[in-house]
Design a protein around this ligand. Structure first.
Ligand code: MLT
Length: 201
């Protein structure tokens, strides 16, 4: 997968794995990584799917309607890439923390839904429920931050609560931070994620 790797200065710090939103690139979330954990190594991915020229992490049939078969395929593709990148860059595979926004948060959420031990923790900005009707792996001891908008037109407050409930039922420790700026990723939401990271990891 197309990606950027930046070596951190503290080898025992979690590696941040970045997942951009629709139409973004692997450059987009680099400033967030600097806010959240400046000493960490960073592995920033570009989604392998194009929608009218816009990079995404998996196909969708319409706004908010996911192509489930592609979602499962792309999730496994990212999972395998993380295994390979950990070997290539000498990373501790058990110490990867996802940071995703929107479509990227949905792919990171899908990693948690489908692959046990995929991530040590996750920061999900404006995620949706990636899939329904499956049993989640045991997520005991997995800290998850969700940044959400109470008036987000793409991911409703109800869907955020549903996701929180599903992850909590699977054993994850979920913290939801609410804002009122729709689907936007605001500086205050990033600051809340950085505070949460310092407390949890
Ligand atoms: C998605 O397709 O993943 C979500 O609708 C978020 C988006 O990218 O607009």
């Amino acid at each position: 997968m197309k990606h950027i790797f930046e070596q951190g200065i503290r080898p025992d710090a979690p590696t941040l794995v970045l997942f951009h939103g629709t139409g973004g690139t692997e450059q987009d979330l680099l400033p967030l990584a600097k806010r959240i954990s400046p000493e960490s190594s960073v592995l920033s991915l570009r989604g392998n799917v194009l929608e009218n020229g816009m990079p995404r992490f998996f196909r969708r049939l319409a706004e908010g309607v996911f192509d489930e078969e592609d979602l499962i395929f792309r999730t496994k593709e990212v999972y395998d890439f993380l295994d390979e990148a950990a070997v290539q860059y000498g990373l501790d595979r058990r110490n990867l923390v996802a940071v995703g926004y929107s479509n990227g948060a949905n792919l990171a959420g899908s990693l948690l839904f489908h692959h046990p031990q995929a991530l040590r923790a996750a920061i999900l900005h404006h995620p949706m429920v990636p899939r329904r009707g499956l049993a989640l792996p045991d997520l005991s001891g997995t800290p998850i931050f969700i940044g959400a908008g109470s008036n987000d037109p793409i991911c409703s407050a109800e869907e955020t609560e549903e996701l929180q409930w599903m992850l909590t039922e699977a054993g994850a420790a979920v913290d939801v931070h609410w804002e009122r700026f729709g689907h936007q990723l605001t500086a205050s939401e990033v600051a809340a994620a950085a505070d949460w990271f310092r407390d949890q990891l």
